[in-house]
Design a protein around this ligand. Structure first.
Ligand code: ZN
Ligand code: ZN
Length: 252
């Protein structure tokens, strides 16, 4: 079976993975692990002291608040693996999967939900064209997420604080995509109120929520990042999405 990548364009334009969230909320999960590699010249932006993924940790941690699930994601750029054998101008989903097949060290099990994130120094190739508007892609329910460094840098370049904007653009994209895989919005986790933007798939109707879908350009994501992210520990879900998650935990 060919797995079609779901493009997560800038501003979260995506036809994201419809993978089942079974297991995420049944009490058997003890760890959510996110492994990150980067190709030469595609190193993710960090804070001045080299820390990364505080925002991912805070947000995915919030989704498992009150449970015994730990979120395992690197906290320093210096601990990420540089891939010197990944080159190319653009990458198809199959090519990203081939990188994962070679370099991924952790896969999901009955107790661990694992993601493999790879930053490449090139663009997404959707099979017919090179997509200069796509920040990241999630490949089916393989847990493989490709991140496109030139697009992330472009989003950052329009911000007043380019490095910080890049970092948050990258981290918000990861949070959005992982949250789809976990089950938002109505993607395995049941709704507790009418907040699904059904016209746009598994997204939230609130413009203030990280699960909001917008079909605009890089400017939309930049605006979201600048407007919503005030520090590295902001919870970016609205109350409706959090209520869905908390209800799923309560029912297990
Ligand atoms: Zn989405
Ligand atoms: Zn929401």
């Amino acid at each position: 079976m060919r797995i079609h990548p779901a493009a997560v364009a800038v501003a979260f334009v995506c036809s994201c993975s419809k993978g089942s969230s079974t297991g995420s909320f049944d009490g058997t999960l003890t760890k959510l692990a996110i492994e990150v590699d980067y190709a030469t010249n595609a190193q993710p932006a960090s804070a001045a002291d080299g820390t990364v993924y505080d925002l991912v940790r805070a947000n995915i941690g919030r989704l498992y608040q009150g449970t015994n699930v730990t979120v395992d994601i690197p906290s320093a750029v210096s601990s990420l693996e540089e891939l010197k054998d990944v080159t190319g101008q653009d990458f198809t989903g199959d090519q990203l999967q081939a990188i994962a097949a070679k370099h991924r060290s952790q896969t999901s099990s009955s107790t661990t939900l694992a993601f493999y994130v790879v930053y490449v120094d090139g663009y997404y190739n959707d099979g017919t064209q090179t997509r200069k508007d796509v920040l990241g892609v999630s490949i089916g329910n393989t847990g493989v997420i490709g991140m496109f460094a030139p697009v992330i840098k472009e989003v950052g370049a329009g911000g007043r604080l380019p490095t910080q904007t890049q970092r948050f653009a990258s981290e918000t994209t990861l949070i959005h995509e992982i949250s789809h895989a976990i089950g938002l919005v109505n993607n395995g986790v049941e709704l507790t109120s009418a907040h699904q933007d059904s016209a746009n798939g598994k997204h939230c109707t609130s413009t203030e929520c990280i699960m909001y879908y917008t079909n605009e350009s890089t400017n939309s994501l930049r605006d979201f990042v600048i407007r919503v992210v005030r520090d590295g520990n902001t919870v970016l879900f609205d109350s409706a999405c959090l209520a869905d998650i908390d209800n799923a935990h309560a029912k297990k």
